[in-house]
Design a protein around this ligand. Structure first.
Ligand SMILES: [Zn+2]
Length: 498
């Protein structure tokens, strides 16, 4: 076969794309071509040859027995919240640079997702709010708090949630990728779906909050609930996952578990106390289905990993989720511009490893993360965990990685000393952590072993055609599961031309 040197992917026919919403999502060809700022074909070809070599040298092949998909939209990376705003969409470019330079793209199905439609966004958000987002003019400067513009509403236009150029596109692209990830899970084309551009957990139904405008996670979970009776949402961002908790407050079909720094007077968003466990009334099905793990500055890898495993294993045992949505906010890492924990990439990623080990369909979302080099390291390493190659990728960032100098240290997983110099004081005494586990265990006593599915609480219908189509896909996939799996595993066989 004649091989185009600029395209490392053999063009495979896309898997059946019956869904009307899916027609423009396609298996990625050359869009992933990184050096995005060096468009010369020759340079791209040279880069891609190095990527192939890296994949070959480290044995990066498709995982056996399960399938991982990667969902992204490169146009999202081009947006700017403003010069001084901590949220830098460019961190997604840096993440992709690292993921690709290790050759991890060869081990996954890579999808360039299309933007979510207005109807998809309003599956959770109010149409007033989405309408406003779609039509409001960009504001060059954040709103003056002393002299607010009365035309602005929904908490938009301030310093946290500025109205930057292309805002609506940015939001719908983030939601589109997360939704695509959820659909690949529900159609069983993926066992683990990765959407680093999502994870915007603070957005409310009719309000922007904490750098988040559209809650892609809620939209994706609503999609999961169309096929799965129970979804476990886990949030390891340094901030409380308040938007997701609020959205599913009154249902027993979603359990939310958030690990976060809690300091109600000084740290955003101020919610998520240990004893905030959902509605007070025992008659409300959502009672006891919100779990909060409030932490203080300086928590270490060992403490976090142990706490995570103790709590999540109990939640899984009692709630028995049929899918897990894990928000991997990277602002809980040491050295974050906003967060103040002592977590390293390995500790953060141990949460992903643990969730993966449960063998339950899993979506990995991004989230916060305000020191781009740390974000890229964590999400690249966690992508390696997803494909099962975290132990055989090089511990040194590959020499051909675009923007390599931005990583400062050449280690993929630098030490705490390299990141911080001096670790932050740990304000989490073991006794307090034990107390948290005790409290959570007590809450979970009230959670039924397998809550009945209440069909009247099925999320708003997005179009009856999809039910039909999804049922058909499910059927077809069940039939072809074995064949499909084999084919997917062998997909790597064409990696090469090496
Ligand atoms: Zn955060």
């Amino acid at each position: 076969m004649e091989v185009d040197p600029t395209n490392p992917y053999r063009l495979r026919l896309p898997r059946p794309n019956y869904l009307p919403h899916n027609v423009d999502a396609h298996i990625l060809g050359d869009e992933i071509n990184i050096p995005l700022d060096r468009p010369s074909d020759l340079e791209n070809a040279a880069y891609l040859n190095k990527v192939k070599r890296a994949a070959h040298d480290h044995g990066i092949t498709k995982p056996k027995g399960y399938n991982v998909s990667y969902h992204f939209n490169p146009d999202m990376e081009q947006h700017h919240f403003g010069q001084t705003h901590p949220m830098k969409p460019w961190r997604l470019t840096l993440t992709k640079s690292l993921v690709t330079s290790y050759g991890m793209n060869f081990a996954m199905d890579n999808y360039m997702a299309r933007a979510a439609t207005f109807e998809e966004l309003t599956s959770f958000h109010s149409s007033d709010y989405v309408d406003f987002l779609a039509t409001v003019a960009p504001q060059p400067l954040p709103l003056d708090v002393d002299n607010p513009n009365p035309d602005l509403k929904f908490n938009l236009g301030g310093s946290d949630c500025p109205l930057f150029e292309g805002l609506y596109n940015y939001c719908s692209m983030s939601a589109g990728a997360s939704l695509d990830a959820a659909r690949k899970i529900t159609s069983k084309q993926s066992d683990i779906a990765v959407a680093w551009g999502g994870g915007l957990h603070h957005a409310k139904r009719t309000e922007a909050s904490g750098f988040c405008y559209i809650n892609d996670i809620v939209i994706a979970i609503l999609q999961l609930l169309r096929c799965y009776p129970r979804v476990l949402y886990i949030d390891i961002d340094v901030h409380h996952g308040d938007g997701v908790e609020e959205a599913f407050f009154s249902t027993d079909r979603v359990m939310t578990v958030s690990f976060h720094k809690y300091d109600p007077l000084n740290f955003f968003p101020g919610t998520g106390a240990l004893d905030d466990n959902g509605p007070q009334s025992e008659h409300n099905p959502g009672a006891h289905h919100a779990i909060n793990v409030p932490l203080n500055d300086g928590i270490t890898d060992e403490q976090y990993e142990s706490l995570f495993k103790r709590i999540i294993s109990k939640c899984v045992e009692k709630f028995r989720p049929s899918a897990i949505a894990l928000q991997c906010g990277a602002d809980s890492l040491a050295g974050d511009r906003l967060g103040k924990f002592n977590l390293l990439v390995e500790g953060h990623a141990s949460c992903v490893e643990f969730c993966k080990s449960l063998n339950i369909p899993l979506i990995l979302f991004g989230g916060g993360g305000y020191t781009p080099r740390n974000v890229a390291r964590a999400w690249a390493y966690e992508t390696a965990v997803a494909i099962g190659h975290q132990h055989n990728i090089s511990p040194t960032i590959p020499a051909h990685t675009p923007w390599r100098e931005r990583f400062r240290h050449e280690a993929l997983c630098p030490t705490l000393e390299e990141i911080l110099g001096e670790p932050r004081q740990n304000r989490n005494p073991p006794k307090k952590l034990d107390e948290i586990v005790r409290h959570v265990t007590e809450q979970l006593r009230f959670v039924g072993q397998a809550p009945s599915v209440q069909y009247q609480t099925i999320p708003p219908d997005l179009g009856p055609i999809r039910d039909e189509v999804e049922a058909r896909i499910k059927e077809e996939y069940e039939d072809q599961d074995e064949i499909g799996r084999k084919m997917r595993e062998e997909g790597m066989g064409d990696r090469m031309e090496l």
